[in-house]
Ligand binder design. Structure first.
Ligand code: J2J
Length: 528
């Protein structure tokens, strides 16, 4: 396994291989197999493009050749920041074939995050769109390349300006086979620390996570899955791209989750499945009342990423005319979905059942003792697609993983006797803002650099649409800053806008716990 990554103990690896969870197949080979077994089936629909599996496979090969020609090789890291365009899918598979590793950034990230990803992973290339939602990524790339001199290539999908175009073509070359047990890509962790953590996912285990989701969700060739969240998140990648491809179904990419963007695609492509965060589901339910689009092809909508309240869950099926399923999961691995025959009351109150029979979950108290069945406790997870460590983070790993390899999710849950998981809260210092995760410490560190901020604590407050929104509780130095000033300050520092505080509270001091730590619970209670 790559330096800086934690391997599975051989005993577990052997168990997962012999049970058939891990296959001797790279992600590039998975696509090659589909191109042979289902050449004419539509794999991908995005914008004006409609590619069969054979076409996606051929485009992937040509792109891999083009990237190889400019010198991108096995083990090279490539920071990829593309919106939901078809090139993103071809690029990911091209890099998988080369054995180069995409580091999947979100379109919302800015220079602070991108510079960090490039430096931390020693990236050789950075791939961007030209302009997306009014933002010119070439300007961002100019800033990043000035700060990261080791970056050799900026590749643009679209008009390259001063940079090079993402190579779409090249004469196919023979590439050495990447190790199926090796790292295929890096996902971003929701994070709790000052700097984001990267999750190294290997070909065979990450591929299995998609296969396990496909099985749990009964995907088949008739599945047409619409992804409207940014595809670079683990959830749309596994539930959308991987699960759909494992079933030889069709993946449809929408630019965003608004009904205006998604409903015409559902009607035109006869979409059967899609994943939504609760806030977007709310908009869909409202729009479905008066919108004329035919949504009758939808077999099921899956809601997750942040907690769906049972009162809202109850309204989904009547409003959208299809089944509801909930999903939970994490870039680190463990994910759960409801099954088609789960009873209605279980679907309304729980967030799903882990997808693999080999998933191991424990619910423990703060001393790692199992709580009584049905009680609330901290969720620990281990299994055939849950990583054993973050990339290059030995100290953090020692805290975040138990000695026997369970990941401390930082989530508070209880389990139904059936094993279904109910999310009850969090112990990690993170804000879940419409399923975009914000590590409080990262934002606090930025805000502490503001001359008007002596002390700061970022806390999550409940929000009907987003689930949570962020509130900066600031002890000022001199004249207190305004919310707009803090946002402008963070923008200047190149921080993604979803991390800007939604609210500012000026406080004389930060309340402390008996142990002398800032009590975020007290703060959240004060401004609730
Ligand atoms: C409450 N909190 C949830 C839910 C995730 C499937 C689905 C989601 C993700 C994801 C994913 C939640 N109710 N239904 O990767 O494969 C919170 C938990 C969790 C954190 C992980 C997947 N579903 N969460 O959201 O890495 O706190 O993955 O630990 O972005 O989201 O966030 P992320």
């Amino acid at each position: 396994m790559l330096d800086g990554c934690t391997p599975w103990p051989e005993e577990f690896a052997e168990r997962y291989r012999s049970a058939g969870y891990w296959r001797d197949e790279t992600l590039g080979e998975l696509l090659g197999g589909l191109a042979r077994s289902h050449p004419g089936r539509t794999a991908l629909v995005a914008g004006p493009e409609r590619w069969s599996y054979a076409e996606l496979d051929a485009r992937t090969d040509r792109m891999a050749a083009g990237l190889h020609r400019i010198g991108i090789g096995p083990g090279d890291r490539v920071v990829v920041q593309l919106p939901n365009i078809p090139e993103l899918v071809a690029l990911m598979f091209a890099l998988f074939r080369i054995g180069a590793q995409p580091v999947l950034a979100l379109p919302a990230h800015r220079s602070s995050e991108i510079t960090y990803f490039c430096e931390f992973t020693d990236a050789v290339a950075y791939v961007i769109p030209d302009v997306h939602v009014g933002f010119d990524y070439r300007e961002l790339a100019a800033e990043v390349t000035a700060r990261v001199p080791t970056l050799k290539h900026v590749l643009v999908a679209g008009d390259p300006g001063d940079f090079a175009a993402l190579p779409l073509d090249g004469d196919p070359v023979d590439l050495p086979r990447p190790d199926p047990a090796g790292v295929a890509l890096f996902l971003l962790s929701g994070g709790t620390t000052g700097v984001p953590k990267l999750v190294p996912r290997a070909h065979q285990e990450w591929s299995y996570s998609g296969r396990a989701v496909a099985e749990a969700c009964d995907y088949g060739e008739e599945t047409v899955h619409l992804v409207s969240l940014p595809l670079s998140h683990n959830w749309p990648l596994t539930h959308g791209l991987l699960a759909t491809f494992h079933a030889a179904g069709t993946l449809v990419l929408a630019p965003g989750p608004s009904p205006d963007e998604a409903f015409p695609l559902i009607e035109r492509e006869r979409v059967t499945e899609t994943g939504l965060i609760p806030g977007a589901a709310l908009l869909w339910m409202e729009a479905a009342e008066w919108d004329e689009y035919d949504l009758s092809s939808l077999r099921r909508v899956t809601i997750g990423g942040t907690k769906l309240q049972p009162e809202m869950a109850r309204r989904v099926e009547p409003a959208l005319g299809c089944r509801l399923q909930q999903a939970f999961g994490m870039a680190e691995g463990l994910c759960g979905f409801h099954r088609w025959d789960d009873p209605q009351d279980v679907v309304l109150v729980s967030q799903g059942l882990p997808v693999s029979p080999a998933d191991e979950v424990r619910v423990v108290d703060e001393d790692d003792n199992d709580v009584a069945p049905g009680e609330v406790g901290r969720l620990l997870a281990r299994g055939p697609y849950t990583v054993r460590g973050y990339y290059r983070a030995p100290e953090h790993n020692a805290r975040t993983f138990t000695a026997d390899g369970f990941y401390r999710t930082g989530d508070l849950v209880r389990l139904l006797p059936t094993g279904h998981v109910i999310f009850e809260g969090r112990v990690k210092d993170q804000i879940n803002r419409g399923a975009e995760k914000i590590a409080a410490e990262e934002v606090e560190n930025h805000l502490l650099a503001h001359p008007g901020v002596r002390e700061v604590a970022l806390v999550g407050l409940p929000d009907e649409v987003l689930g949570e929104r962020s509130c900066a509780c600031v002890v000022p130095r001199g004249t207190a800053p305004t919310l707009a000033e803090l946002a402008a300050f963070l923008r200047d520092r190149g921080v993604a806008a979803f991390k800007f505080p939604d609210r500012l509270e000026i406080v004389p001091r930060l309340p402390l716990t008996p142990l002398g730590k800032v009590s975020k619970k007290t703060l959240a209670g004060m401004f609730h």
